[in-house]
Ligand binder design. Sequence first.
Ligand code: TYM
Length: 324
Amino acid sequence: MKRSLSGIQPSGVLHIGNYFGAMKQFVDLQNSYDGFYFIADYHSLTSLTKAETLKENTYNIVLDYLAIGLDPNKSTIFLQSNVPEHTELTWLLSNITPVGLLERGHSYKDKIAKGIPANTGLLTYPVLMAADILIYDSDIVPVGKDQKQHLEMTRDIAMKFNQQYGVEFFKLPEPLILDDSAIVPGTDGQKMSKSYNNTINMFATKKKLKEQVMSIVTDSTPLEEPKNPDNNIAKIYALFNNIDKQNELKDKFLAGNFGYGHAKTELLNSILEYFGRAREKREELEKNIDYVKDVLNEGSKKARAIAIEKIKKAKEIVGLIGNI
Ligand code: TYM
C-alpha cells in the first residue's frame, strides 16, 4: 500500500480551510493509503511562544482528527515531537540545503514582510518539513496550495541528497492538491487563514459560528435586485453542497428578492448539518481524554519505529558511525 503523510500545526483552532484543503483527504484516503497524520508541534514553535496554548491546541487537533473520522486502526496519528528523529534528519538535510533556496520561500518572505523576526527556525522550517516527509518514504502528501512550494523544496532536498551520496535513498513525494479546495476563501474573500482573522471554525460554538458566517463580506446590492451568484457566500456554500444545491442557490441570487442574510442562514445550516456528527463525536471524545492520549502514544510509537530505521541508514550513508 502506498503511503500518504501530512501534518497540521497546532498554532490555533482549525478552520474549514484546513478541513477541505487537507484533512478531508486524510479521511477519504484512509482505505486506499497507509496514512500517517501528525501534529506538527515542532513547527508551531516558530510562531507560538505560549506553552499552555501549545499544549491545549495539540490535544484539540487530535480531537479534531478523531472527530472527523480518522480511524486510529487504519491511520497512524502521531505527535511530531514524539519522534525526535525528524529533527535529527533535519540536521543532516540542513547540510545539503542552500540558504538561497530557503530565502526564496514564500511563507518565509511573507512572515518577514509582516515584521516577524527572522529567526533560524523560521528560515529552516522547510527543512524540518522535508524531514517529516522523507523519513517515512511518503508517496503522497495531501495539502492545500499554500504548501506547494514546501513540497517542491522537499523534492529538491531529496534529489540533492540522493545525488550527493550517489544513492536512491529518499523517495520523491507527490503533493496531492485538489482543484476545488486548493485555496479555501475566508469571510473576506482572501485565503482563509488564522492570521487574517477571516476563519470559519468547524467546531466553534454555534453562536460563534453564526457570527463568523454573518461576517462574510458581500456587496450592497439591495434585497430586491438580482445578485452576482459568484459571491463569497456561494464560494463557501459550494464546499458543503452538491452541484444541484449550488445551482439552486445561484438561481435564487439571480432571481432577486433573495438577500445575502438569507443565503448566510442557508450556509450556516449546511455547515451545522455537515459537521453535526463530527461535533457530537468530538463532545464524546472530550470526556475521554485518556483514550485520546493513548491514540497519540500508540501512533507515535509506530511512527518512531519506522523513523529510527530510516535515520540509522541515513547516518550510515553520510558516514556517521554513532548508532546506539
Ligand atoms: P498548516 O498547519 O498551516 O495547515 C494545515 C493544512 O491546511 C491547509 N490549509 C488550507 N488549504 C486550503 N485553503 C486554505 N485557506 C487553507 N489554510 C490551510 C494547508 O495547506 C495544510 O495542508 N507546513 C504545514 C504543516 C506541516 C506539514 C508537514 C504538512 C509540517 N510538516 C509535512 C505536510 C507534510 C502547515 O503549516 O500547515
